[in-house]
Design a protein around this ligand. Structure first.
Ligand SMILES: *Cc1c(COP(=O)(O)O)cnc(C)c1O
Length: 235
């Protein structure tokens, strides 16, 4: 495992490839935001590094990327506790369903948990952040397509759950996140998420992935989660 930029496991070709990908996406974000008369600077590009080899992640770090997302606690722990010691301003998001027995570790590793979707989980996160004296940014995942296999609160229960997380558990609910059904037009889901956020006074919208981030930005996404378009396919 590397510890400094000088001996990172990267080659210059990989750095320029990933750097080009990031620049290309950034330009597309800026264009989409401008088309909707939104501020491009309000959109954060999250690099989804799950399953990627360390060479590619280090290339992204060297290219200047600082906001990343992971979906396995164990994998995130081994990589990111280390990277945090060599790179400043890293912001790490958790974007997969979280089991309550892993909350303690998640609170230690992540800055943002995007997938809060049940009272027991919200309660445990509140308890752990207090215990570890951590400031954590919380997003609620909304299952906008009401798919059985997908995590998230249903749209109709979102308002009550948001209120309970805030008033009952004292969580800092700063955003909402959704993953639209694969075969739907994601615009409708992005619009729904935006509506729920608006009426609950929530600033951040985590929506849009490699194949639909431009649509998401036009609909007001503040955070897009991009894996494939930055790193190509994971293993
Ligand atoms: C993997 C993943 C992404 C990134 O998807 P790409 O299509 O590779 O950009 C975004 N969000 C979540 C929740 C994911 O699991």
């Amino acid at each position: 495992m590397i510890l400094s930029k000088e001996n990172a496991n990267v080659n210059t070709l990989m750095i320029s490839e990933i750097s080009n990908n990031i620049n290309y996406i950034r330009k597309a974000i800026n264009r989409s935001a401008a088309e909707s008369e939104l501020d491009p600077a309000a959109v954060t590009l999250i690099a989804v590094s799950k399953g990627q080899p360390i060479e590619k992640i280090e290339a992204a770090l060297i290219a200047g990327q600082r906001v990343f997302a992971e979906n396995r606690i164990q994998e995130a722990e081994s990589k990111w506790l280390n990277y945090r010691t060599c790179y400043d301003n890293i912001e790490l998001h958790l974007i997969c369903p979280l089991q309550t027995n892993k909350v303690s570790k998640a609170v230690k590793i992540f800055d943002v948990i995007q997938t809060i979707d049940r009272p027991k989980l919200a309660w445990k996160i509140a308890k752990e952040t207090e215990k570890q004296n951590r400031r954590l940014t919380c997003y609620i995942q909304v299952n906008t397509g009401e798919e059985n296999h997908k995590a998230g609160v249903t749209p109709s229960s979102a308002d009550a759950f948001i209120a309970r997380c805030r008033d009952g558990f004292g969580l800092n609910i700063a955003g909402l996140m959704c993953i639209p059904p694969v075969n739907d037009n994601s615009i409708l889901h992005f619009a729904m998420l935006r509506e729920i956020a608006k009426r609950n006074n929530i600033a951040n919208l985590s929506m849009g992935m490699s194949n639909d981030f431009e649509k998401a930005v036009k609909m007001g996404a503040t955070h897009v989660r991009i894996g494939t378009a930055i790193f190509n396919k994971s293993k």
